[in-house]
Structures are given as structure tokens and as C-alpha cells.
Ligand binder design. Structure first.
Ligand code: SAM
Ligand code: SF4
Length: 329
């Protein structure tokens, strides 16, 4: 099997597939209040096109795990069937989903039955007013119900993704940890990255990993766990375990040297990094009749050109044109 190796020797085994750029929340760190100009439907990969690309990735390119994301992936029509199609691929990839949790109550069991292995639900606050301010929608209860539904469907351990912002929800680090410990949820804090559509990221407003750990450390003993491998999260045993909390410090402690991820957007563009400024047009190749071998070669070439790091701290850093919601976080 031809591996996806770049010029630094990094082997890519983790594929993130964005199923749609649309969303039913408007998180301030992601989108403006009015939303975005969604991708036109004819430009979106069909289920058949997605299945062909993911099948090639697992069969020919060494991809072992596939994470479905967006936008909000639960808004993709036919999601359960698509999960079933991915689960039927051989070698079978590990299948996970990152979601805001809205509507999960309705289909968590169907997703698990179709073959979904793991789920991450985003939850930044436990306060209803803060949730409404942060996401511009009053839907906290739906997210909490979605978390419970995912657990009841057996998608355990359910992970929670949290972005903290100064002056908005940064006083909730401990409350969120306690909620997750009480509910058997696995919490991971993510540093806010410059990937919002409005280009409004401000380093001063971002909570750093050091600050997050300091807040948690005020009430808990955290012991770093060894053996992180290519995982983006540094994990810490809480008070001797077994509970663990994670911190994904993409900005202040970049892990690019161990990156094993590649991304496919909902409109069929391959990105070798969240912060890439170039894309490789797999949809165009598919629709102009490319053979499997030609698509595989294009995919490998796109990875070969991957940069060593995201360069957020370089004076020449430019935020990518595509926002996180259209890349697939
Ligand atoms: N809509 C789904 C959700 O919110 O989970 C999936 C897509 S969302 C882009 C994936 C993850 O990216 C979420 O956990 C979200 O909090 C995170 N995210 C979005 N914008 C971000 C930013 N600017 N910095 C860090 N994380 C961000
Ligand atoms: Fe939607 Fe997820 Fe972006 Fe929030 S972070 S606006 S839920 S895509």
C-alpha cells in the first residue's frame, strides 16, 4: 500500500472529511452572526463521490481513521447511510464524528448502529445565557440532551471539546471539568485558533494551555500522561485518575512535527493542513473521469508539499481564506 508520506517523513493515517459547510449555530470564534455564503449544492461531493474517495484513502493510501465533521455534520442528509457505507469499507476505518450535538437525540443510536465508533460534542459553557451569547442560539439544553443520547447509544467515552475565551467563558474551566467528571465525559480544551470567517482572532483573548492548566490546577492534581504519539491533545490524569483531561494547544505548543492528518472539504478539495493556503482539487479530477491511480497520485503529490508547520507565529503568517467551518475542524 502506498502511504501518504510528506518530505519530513510524516505518515498520514487520519482523514477528516467535512460533510457540509452549513451550520445551525453561529459560534463567535467560527462564524459571523449572519452565517456565510454556503457552498452551492452542485459543488458538494455526492455520497457516491465521497465513498469513492474515502475507499481509495483506506485501500490505497493507508488512512486508518476517518472523522466526519463540518460545518455541522448532522445537517448532512443521509448521514446515517453514509456512515454505514464508510463502515463497510475494507480495511474498515475507525469512524468518528465531531458535532455541536443539536439533533443528536434523534439519531445517536442510528449512527452507532450504522458503525460510528466515537463522537466528540462541542460544549463551551454550562450557562444558558453564555451559550446564547457565544453561539447566538438558545440551545444549551439540546446539546446536553445530545450528550446523554450519545452515551445511551454506547458511543463511550463521549468526548467534549471546549474553547475558552477571555471574559466570556474562561471562568468556567473548573465547572466544565466537574460536569464532565460527574457525567463520565472526557473533556478536552482547545486553544482558540485564527480560523474564524471574520478574521477577528485576537491572541490576547485566547486562553493559553498554561492558563487553562493553572485554573484546573487550583483544585486538582494533574499529572501529564506519557505516550502522546500523534494525538493533538496532551492528556493529564486528574487526581490520580482514572479520569483524564486533555488540552489541545495548537497555538502555544504546536504539534505539527507529529501531524498525521489530512482534510477533505465538502466540495472535494484536499487540504494538507488546517492552515494550508493551497488545495488540491479532487472533485475536478473525479468529475473529469480520473482513474483511481490518477486520484491516488494527486493525493500523494498534495501531501508531499505539506509545510513543516502552521507558522502562526511567523511575521508572514496569513490566515487561510477558508474558515474552519468550511475546512472541517
Ligand atoms: N459543528 C461541529 C462542532 O462545532 O463540533 C463540527 C465542526 S467545528 C468547526 C469543529 C471543532 O472546531 C469544534 O469543537 C469547535 O469548537 C472548534 N473550533 C471552531 N472554530 C475554532 C477556532 N477558531 N479555534 C479553535 N477551535 C475552533
Ligand atoms: Fe457551527 Fe461548529 Fe462553527 Fe460552532 S464551531 S458555528 S457549531 S461549525
Amino acid at each position: 500500500m502506498a502511504a501518504l508520506v510528506d518530505r519530513y517523513g510524516r505518515v498520514h493515517t487520519d482523514l477528516r472529511v467535512s460533510l457540509t459547510d452549513k451550520c445551525n449555530l453561529r459560534c463567535t470564534y467560527c462564524m459571523p452572526p449572519e452565517g456565510l455564503d454556503w457552498l452551492p449544492s452542485p459543488e458538494l461531493l455526492t455520497d457516491d463521490e465521497m465513498e469513492r474517495l474515502v475507499a481509495l484513502a483506506v485501500r490505497e493510501l493507508g488512512i486508518r481513521s476517518v472523522r466526519l465533521t463540518g460545518g455541522e455534520p448532522l445537517l448532512r442528509r443521509g448521514l446515517v447511510d453514509l456512515v454505514g457505507r464508510f463502515a463497510a469499507l475494507r480495511p474498515r476505518p475507525q469512524l468518528s464524528l465531531t458535532t455541536n450535538g443539536l439533533g443528536l437525540v434523534r439519531n445517536a443510536s442510528a449512527l452507532a448502529d450504522a458503525g460510528l465508533d466515537r463522537i466528540n460534542v462541542s460544549l463551551d459553557t454550562l450557562r444558558r445565557t453564555t451559550f446564547a451569547e457565544l453561539t447566538r442560539r438558545d440551545r444549551l439544553d439540546d446539546v446536553l440532551a445530545g450528550l446523554a443520547a450519545a452515551q445511551a447509544a454506547g458511543l463511550n467515552p463521549v468526548k467534549v471539546n471546549t474553547v475558552l475565551m477571555r471574559g466570556l467563558n474562561d471562568d468556567e474551566a473548573l465547572d466544565l471539568l466537574h460536569y464532565c467528571l460527574d457525567h463520565d465525559l472526557s473533556l478536552r480544551f482547545i486553544e482558540q485558533m485564527p480560523l474564524d470567517a471574520q478574521h477577528g482572532w485576537d491572541r490576547q483573548l485566547m486562553l493559553t494551555a498554561d492558563e487553562i492548566l493553572e485554573r484546573l490546577g487550583a483544585e486538582h492534581t494533574l499529572v501529564a500522561q506519557p505516550g502522546r504519539g500523534s494525538a493533538p491533545a496532551e492528556t493529564f490524569l486528574v487526581d490520580g485518575g482514572p479520569a483524564v483531561v486533555g488540552v489541545i494547544a495548537s497555538v502555544t505548543r504546536p504539534f505539527c512535527a507529529a501531524c498525521d492528518r489530512v482534510r477533505l472539504t465538502a466540495d472535494g478539495q484536499l487540504r494538507n493542513c488546517l492552515f494550508a493556503r493551497e488545495e488540491s482539487d479532487l472533485r475536478g479530477a473525479l468529475r473529469s473521469g480520473a482513474t483511481d491511480a490518477e486520484i491516488v497520485a494527486r493525493w500523494q503529490a498534495a501531501l508531499a508539499g505539506k509545510r513543516a508547520g502552521h507558522g502562526i507565529d511567523d511575521p508572514s503568517f496569513l490566515q487561510p481564506d477558508r474558515p474552519m467551518s468550511a475546512i472541517g475542524g
